[in-house]
Design a protein around this ligand. Structure first.
Ligand code: SF4
Length: 317
């Protein structure tokens, strides 16, 4: 249930938002699609944190998961393919007061949006970035994406993908100024929720890759990890994702990992024998570009004009 700001706060609340207050239009993802689980987790987080719908915005690109803003009763921007992150950075640069979620997919983020992904991580603006990775282009009906496993057959590669798949966590950990990098699975709602919540609470660009089931086109791709919890490696640490005992019990295969240890995070990210979940890396001290872009907000039109004229004077010869 939603949280009181203070344990003994008995003041009647002027407004309480329930789960249904965050539900947007009718959801049209396929039955069994992992996107449903992510939507539920985000709506639950919004309810628990009592995020004001008019102060929350969900930005997406193009793809199945990018229909997300339609299903939230908040502000939303369903943008161009691969362009969710620059739109979100633009919003953040002018609106430090908003809660901003970015929902992107493996095709959207890791192919056409790659340059924006790299620089958004480096800019480290305060955004909660959710990469819903189903290892395929689903909306355009089964084409190889950058994260499709080697040898996987699709419409574009009927004899199997020729390439080693791209590892979004390893890439993100290689970007200077990355400040929060985590991985979770859609089929464990408590871990999914706890990870998104920790990402939302982090100040900076929080990047969460979510292994997302697509029963339509990549039904078997996560089957081993789904059916055998021993194939999942759960990273645990006091500074990691907070989990209760019941969740810990679900995953017998665990590794203590200090999320301030970048070298170890990179090693863990590259393991291919297990599906590693938890917090790889967190650096709360990274510089944030939104702290720079927020300077000057609130100036009067006259002050802005004077500032522009002063800047233009710098080009006088
Ligand atoms: Fe989900 Fe796959 Fe259906 Fe798209 S095609 S809605 S990713 S199950």
């Amino acid at each position: 249930m939603f949280e009181l700001n203070d344990d003994w706060d008995l003041e009647p609340k002027s407004r309480v938002c329930l789960l249904e207050d965050y539900a947007g239009s009718e959801v049209r993802w396929c039955p069994g699609c992992g996107d449903h689980a992510v939507l539920s987790a985000v709506q639950r987080l919004a309810r628990d944190k009592q995020l004001a719908p008019e102060k929350t915005v969900v930005v997406s690109g193009i793809g199945c998961s990018s229909r997300f803003p339609h299903y939230m009763s908040t502000y939303g921007f369903h943008g161009l393919h691969g362009r969710a992150l620059p739109v979100a950075c633009g919003i953040r640069s002018r609106r430090p007061d908003l809660d901003i979620f970015v929902v992107t997919g493996d095709g959207d983020c890791c192919a056409i949006g790659t340059a924006h992904w790299i620089h958004a991580i480096r800019y480290n603006m305060d955004l909660t970035i959710l990469l819903l990775d189903n290892n395929i282009y689903g909306l355009t009906k089964n084409q190889t994406s950058p994260t499709t496993p080697f040898g996987w057959r699709s419409q574009t590669h009927p004899r199997g993908s020729f390439f080693a798949s791209l590892n979004p966590i390893a890439v993100t950990l290689g970007i200077q100024n990355a400040s929060f990098v985590a991985q979770t699975i859609d089929w464990c709602p408590p871990h999914l929720y706890a990870t998104i919540r920790a990402a939302h609470e982090h100040k900076g660009a929080s990047f969460v890759r979510i292994f997302q089931r697509c029963p339509h086109f990549t039904e078997d791709v996560f089957a081993q990890a789904r059916e055998d919890p021993g194939r999942v490696l759960l990273m645990t640490h006091a500074q990691g994702i907070p989990l209760d005992a019941a969740v810990l019990k679900m995953f017998p295969n665990r590794a203590g990992h200090d999320p301030s240890n970048l070298a170890e995070a990179r090693e863990l990210a590259c393991r291919e024998d297990v599906c590693t979940i938890g917090l790889f890396y967190r650096n709360p001290g990274g510089s944030r570009y939104d702290e720079v872009t927020a300077q000057g907000l609130g100036k009067t039109p006259g002050e802005k004009l004077a500032a522009i004229e002063m800047a233009l004077d710098g080009f006088m010869v």
